[in-house]
Ligand binder design. Structure first.
Ligand code: BES
Ligand code: ZN
Length: 643
């Protein structure tokens, strides 16, 4: 496995940024972010004569080295990797010395890192909104950087804007809990926000959000040094506070109990507008979350466990590059489910594995024609787009591998000391799968000896890392206590298929004791059985209010069930409703921008009624995030390679 990051054109192995100072101004009228990035760089190889940065559709207007203007060359654009920016350095630089490189630039309309929302696309509908999404390789479209997670940087920033500014760092001024926008006129007066991120992070954790947002702190937790709180538009602040305030501190405290102390000082949540393309994104100090988590019953708060656990796996120990992405997500999911067990018992942990297993099989099936992406460790080629390989595979194969190791080595008592040692060994660094595995062996040879090494040698490493197909190398067993009721109800519906509607006896109260996740498991179980007749599906949808629920996770499963097979009567019946839901033509005016929802719905609608899918997409595409636009274009066969 090559050690070089295949997604960057930068020369980060010769010279590497250690700190970046940003000076930005946000222009909502022109939809441009402009300013400069000053890199403090450490020379790693004698006589390196240039610093090469990644840029994505940036307009570069100048470069300076140690304060004097320098020659630079912005190369032609590679469709995925962007344009390499070569800045000339003085001759004779010696390894170990430091240089400062400043690049002045602005973003352009093709920027894939930023989404600029019109005021109508926000909750309050009064002010525009800007947010970034840099993972995996979009930081280069926000600023010239060495866009590889192998490079870890601290950063400071000064941002001028007419709307409040949030960054993935600690607020220096004005104070977060002071008057909004420093008491100035929101939307009119420019205020300068300053931030500092003293912990080294990979570039994909750079983040900005800018809009009419307010802060509400969560209560301090026991004697903890860290602080947590919530950012949202004022219209959502109350509901969001209710959804997250009970649990956020408990989650982090539980993680600290299992792992090591939280070291970023602040853990805030930001609830984004509906166009946000992910469920959550673990930006340092400030996780971004989709507004679809606000179901009013706290059933989807697990996403906060996930994002906060990235503070250790991902933000703390970072994958060296795309091939090792599973080290971030697999470890995070494994630990997220461990936190579930600590807080709610073993049944909750097993249940989460069961939900994950279905998502995993779906994605593995989806990659039948591209089996490389079925691997846990993917040998990305230079210039290949990691967004194309994104799936549940690194998440669930990864979590299952670690769960399997826990069981193989003798359970949590012998595994948790290893987990702590893993963190203490690598926190602050970027590592490969091989480094991870070497450390595992090293730990158990010191703490257990030949007997543990024999157990480790029994693991089918090649199968786990490089295996393709739909099966895990080991048949895993999960606690099914919570799933059983869902399975039983699915079996009753399955058995009712030949009974006429008038004589079937399902009641709304069948779901009375189910939480949202059990409804999901019930619907996913039905998806694995032969399709129900249209009469039954209609009844199912209305009786349990599945085709009107505001829980998007449940609604997605219902439409996935109803639209399969694509030629069925039921598919024809529900296709229009599903397509209206996903674009907000259902009376809510709210799009489902989270790719977990919009991508499968568009794909399913496309299979049932191609014209409907293409027309609906053409009409609504502009409202979606640039990343979602590109991927749905591909999903619907509309993407033209321009390179
Ligand atoms: N880091 C990911 C999101 C991500 C991964 C963005 C790769 C871009 C490229 C985040 O932590 C995540 O996994 N989000 C999940 C939610 C989670 C509960 C599984 C999501 O958005 O669905
Ligand atoms: Zn994650």
């Amino acid at each position: 496995m090559a050690d070089r990051d295949p997604t960057t054109q930068s020369n980060y192995q010769q010279i590497a940024s250690v700190h970046i100072d940003f000076d930005w101004s946000v222009d909502f009228t022109a939809q441009v972010l402009s300013g400069s990035a000053t890199h403090r760089m450490k020379v790693l190889a004698d006589d390196v004569n240039e610093a090469v940065f990644d840029t994505g559709d940036l307009q570069v207007s100048g470069a300076e080295v140690n304060g004097s203007s320098a020659n630079y060359d912005l190369k032609a654009k590679h469709e995925v990797m962007g344009s390499a920016l070569h800045v000339s350095l003085p001759k004779g630089l010696k390894s170990g010395t430091t240089v400062n490189v400043t690049v002045s630039y602005k973003t352009t309309k093709d920027c894939t890192a930023l989404q600029w929302l019109a005021k109508e696309q926000t909750q309050g509908k009064q002010f525009p909104y800007l947010f970034s999404q840099c993972q995996p390789i979009h930081a280069r479209a926000l600023a010239p950087v060495q866009d590889s997670p192998s490079v870890k940087i601290t950063y400071s920033a000064k941002v001028s804007s007419v709307l409040p500014v949030l960054l993935s760092a600690i607020r220096v001024s004005p104070p977060a809990d002071g008057p909004a926008h420093d008491g100035k006129a929101i939307g009119q007066d420019a205020v300068v926000y300053t931030y500092n991120q003293p912990v080294p992070i990979p570039s994909y954790l750079l983040a900005i959000a800018c809009g009419n947002v307010r802060y509400r702190p969560f209560a301090q937790f026991e004697d903890k040094q860290w602080r947590t709180g919530l950012w949202a538009e004022p219209e959502l602040l109350e509901a969001a506070f209710w959804e997250f305030s009970e649990d956020t501190n408990r989650f982090i405290a539980a993680a600290e109990q299992l792992l090591t102390p939280y070291k970023f000082g602040v853990y805030d949540l930001l609830v984004l507008p509906p166009a946000f393309p992910y469920g959550g994104m673990e930006n340092a100090c400030l996780s971004f979350v989709t507004p679809t988590l606000l179901t009013g019953d706290r059933t989807l708060v697990d996403v906060v466990i996930h994002e906060s656990i990235h503070s250790w796996f991902g933000n703390g120990i970072t994958h060296a590059h795309a091939a090792h992405f599973w080290l971030n997500e697999g470890w995070t999911v494994y630990t997220e489910r461990l936190v579930l067990q600590i807080l709610y018992g073993p049944a909750a942990r097993g249940f989460s594995y069961i939900i994950g297993a279905k998502g995993l099989v779906d994605d593995l099936e989806g990659f039948a024609h591209n089996p490389r992406y079925q691997q846990l460790v993917v040998d990305y080629q230079p210039g290949e787009d990691p967004d194309d390989g994104y799936s549940r595979v690194p998440y669930d194969k990864g979590a299952n591998l670690i769960f399997h190791l826990e069981q193989t080595l003798g359970g949590l008592d012998v595994f948790l000391p290893y987990v702590k040692d893993y963190i203490n060994t690598f926190i602050g660094k970027s590592i490969t799968t091989e480094q991870w595995k070497d450390h595992l062996y090293e730990f158990y040879s010191k703490n257990g000896g030949p007997e543990k090494i024999k157990l480790l040698d029994s693991v089918d490493w090649d199968g786990w890392f490089y295996g393709q197909g739909l099966e895990l190398p080991v048949k895993m067993k999960y606690d099914e206590t919570l799933a059983q009721a869902a399975y039983d109800l699915a079996a009753r519906w399955d058995a009712s298929r030949s009974t006429a509607l008038e004589s079937i006896t399902f009641k709304k109260s069948d779901l009375a004791d189910f939480n949202g996740n059990q409804i999901i498991v019930f619907l996913e179980r039905l998806q694995t059985l032969p399709a129900l007749p249209v009469s039954h599906l209609k009844h199912l949808g209305s009786l349990y209010e599945l085709s009107s629920t505001s829980n998007a996770e449940v609604r997605l499963r219902f439409y996935e069930l109803a639209l399969t097979p694509p030629t069925s009567e039921a598919a024809k019946h529900f296709v229009e409703e599903a397509s209206k839901w996903v674009v907000g033509d259902d009376g809510t005016g709210v799009i489902k921008g989270r790719m977990k929802f919009c991508r499968p719905i568009f794909k399913a609608v496309h299979k049932v009624d191609e014209k409907l899918a293409l027309d609906t997409w053409a009409k609504n595409k502009e409202a979606y995030h640039p990343i979602a636009r590109r991927l749905i274009d591909k999903d619907l066969g509309l993407y033209e390679e321009t390179a």
